[in-house]
Write a protein that binds this ligand. Structure first.
Ligand code: BTN
Length: 326
């Protein structure tokens, strides 16, 4: 209920575009006291919304705060699957992927979201740690319930990489490329990664948790030493400060459209978009196999399952279904 009240207050103040809204108008639909409205407004201010109050005139909202909070997300994501599920925002958590798994096990709806400002145990692919500093990165995970065979879910991270790239392109961040399978790079440096974890029951997918980490307003000196040469943020790449709310909204709106196609079994356009955005095909790459041996060669393309076709220096073609290339 408090979420719904906050959402209503925000929606009403936003709709009145900076003009005053009486406390009476805000309290009526819920039949609650003016003091209760004032308490909810205090909560919104604590989250960063700039709301002015006057005993005679009521309340008015200034600007468009970049606040990642359930009530603003429900508003921005209206009409998508992401506004129909649970939205959980924490300041600090272990890993949003773990929180999303918990929600999935509790039976949450597809599209449920978990966001955090800080992860103390953020995970990357292949057991690596994912770094993200306070308030500057986008760290989020979503619960999906793919009506697909488990094998086809290997395409999900590729879909998400395309959605992030296209969302950023639409917002004016040009030149983001995808390195197989789903690293997002600018000028050869990583700005984002995707971790997709799937739970299956025989040949049925119970749920997929897709986690995205995107470096948004991180400064160059905020990355740990071991990442200083390889990591980058949108701010470092463009010199601008970005609204995490705008970026997240754009990514999720794009994903909602793409998932509609994917859930009908059609990944053709998504694979085409991936091929257009990849930095991998045509380049010399090296990959390390699970047994430690290395293959060097030229990346040719991906097949319809998202596996990478690699032609080694002896002309032999390899099909890589997972792993890392450099
Ligand atoms: C990679 O190795 O490139 C994937 C990184 C994925 C990081 C994100 S941050 C949000 C979500 N929670 C996690 O613990 N990991 C993912």
């Amino acid at each position: 209920m408090p979420h719904k009240i906050k959402q209503y207050i925000l929606q009403t103040l936003r709709a009145s575009e900076g003009t005053w809204v009486s406390s009476e108008a805000l309290r009526q639909p819920f039949d609650i006291s003016r003091a209760a409205i004032s308490k909810q407004v205090r909560g919104l201010r604590e989250k960063g919304y700039r709301i002015e109050s006057s005993p005679r005139k009521g309340y008015r909202l200034f600007g468009r705060a970049d606040v990642l909070a359930p009530e603003s997300l429900y508003l921005h994501l209206e009409g998508t699957r992401f506004a129909k599920g649970t939205i959980k925002v924490s300041e600090v958590t272990q890993s949003t992927n773990d929180d999303a798994k918990q929600l999935a096990l509790e039976g949450c709806a597809e599209g449920s979201l978990v966001l955090a400002d800080i992860q103390v145990a953020g995970r990357g692919r292949r057991g690596r740690v994912w770094f993200g500093n306070q308030g500057d990165s986008l760290l989020f995970s979503m619960v999906l319930r793919p009506p697909l065979e488990p094998m086809r879910c290997g395409l999900l991270p590729l879909l998400v990489a395309v959605a992030v790239r296209e969302a950023l392109d639409k917002l004016g961040v040009k030149g983001v490329g995808i390195k197989w399978p789903n690293d997002l790079l600018v000028d050869g440096r990583k700005i984002g990664g995707i971790l997709c974890e799937i739970s299956t029951d025989f040949d049925r997918v119970e749920y997929a948790v897709v986690g995205v980490g995107l470096n948004v307003n991180n400064e160059a000196d905020s990355f740990p030493d071991e990442l200083s040469e390889t990591a980058c943020s949108l701010k470092m790449a463009t010199g601008e400060t970005w609204s995490r709310l705008d970026i997240l909204t754009e990514i999720l709106r794009k994903m909602d459209q793409m998932l509609r196609q994917a859930w009908s079994g059609n990944f053709r356009n998504i694979l085409e978009d991936w091929r257009r955005s990849t930095l991998t095909s045509g380049n010399r790459v090296t990959t390390t196999l699970p047994n430690g041996s290395k293959i060097q060669g030229t990346a040719l393309d991906i097949d319809d399952s998202g596996a990478l076709l690699l032609k080694d220096d002896h002309g032999k073609i390899h099909l890589l279904t997972s792993g890392e290339i450099s």
